[in-house]
Design a protein around this ligand. Structure first.
Ligand code: GRF
Length: 203
C-alpha cells in the first residue's frame, strides 16, 4: 500500500512507521510526509529516511478547508492510498475525509472512547485511571471517535507524572501503529459500521 503520513511535531510515531518499513516489517511505501507546521522536527527525520516532505502551512491559505484541500491534493498526486495521522494536530473537516473515506488512520494516547482530545495522559491521571494505553482507529468526522482497529494497555503507576505515563504509552504506540498498518496492508481490516473486523492471516 502507498501511504502518506501527516505530522505536526516531534514525529516519533512517523519514525516508528518508517523504521518498520525499512526493517521489512511493514509492507508499505511511504510516498510523502506532510506537515502543517514548517518547524516540525518530524520533517528533518523524514528526510533522513529519504522520504519527500511537503509543508502545508495554515497561514499560507485563506482558511482551514483550503489548507486541507492542499494536503489532500499533495497526497493524491503522489498516489497515496492510505493516510496515517501521526501527531497531526488539526481536526479534519472536509477535503481529506471526502478524498480518503475509510482510508485514514490515527493513533491516540488513550484507551478510546475514554479521554479523547488533548492531554489524554493527564486526563487519565486526573481520573485516577489504573490502566492507560493507546488506540489506533479509523478517522471520521468526530474527534478521536472513529472505529477502533487495535489497542494496547499499560499500567498507571502510583507515582506517575504526565511525563512518565506518556513515555510508557509512547513505547506501546511505537509497536501498535506499525502493527495496525500492516493489518491494513494485508487487507485484513474490514469496516462493518462502527466496528472493525480483523480477518485471520491467510493460510
Ligand atoms: C502521540 O502521543 C500520538 O498518540 C498523539 O500525538 C503524539 C505524537 O507524538 N496523537 P509524535 O509526534 O508521534 O512523537
Amino acid at each position: 500500500v502507498t501511504a502518506g503520513i501527516l505530522v505536526s511535531g516531534r514525529g516519533s510515531n512517523m519514525e516508528a512507521l518508517l523504521r518498520a518499513v525499512a526493517a521489512g516489517c511493514l509492507s508499505a511505501h511511504v510516498a510523502v510526509v506532510v506537515s502543517d507546521n514548517p518547524e516540525a522536527p518530524a520533517l528533518g527525520k523524514a528526510r533522513r529516511y529519504g522520504v519527500e516532505t511537503v509543508v502545508a502551512d495554515r497561514r499560507a491559505y485563506p482558511d482551514r478547508t483550503a489548507q486541507e484541500g492542499a494536503v489532500a491534493s499533495a497526497l493524491m498526486v503522489r498516489g497515496v492510498e492510505l493516510v496515517l495521522l501521526a501527531g497531526y494536530m488539526r481536526l479534519l473537516r472536509g477535503p481529506l475525509l471526502a478524498a480518503y473515506p475509510g482510508r485514514i488512520l490515527n493513533i491516540h494516547p488513550a484507551l478510546l472512547p475514554a479521554f479523547p482530545g488533548l492531554h489524554a495522559q493527564r486526563q487519565a491521571l486526573d481520573h485516577g485511571a489504573k490502566v492507560a494505553g493507546c488506540t489506533v482507529h479509523f478517522v471520521d468526522a468526530g474527534t478521536d471517535m472513529g472505529p477502533i482497529v487495535l489497542q494496547a494497555a499499560v499500567p498507571v503507576l502510583e507515582d506517575d507524572t504526565e511525563e512518565t505515563l506518556a513515555a510508557r504509552i509512547l513505547v506501546a504506540e511505537h509497536r501498535l501503529y506499525p502493527a495496525a498498518v500492516q493489518l491494513y496492508a494485508e487487507g485484513r481490516l474490514v469496516l462493518e459500521g462502527r466496528r472493525v473486523r480483523i480477518l485471520p492471516p491467510p493460510r
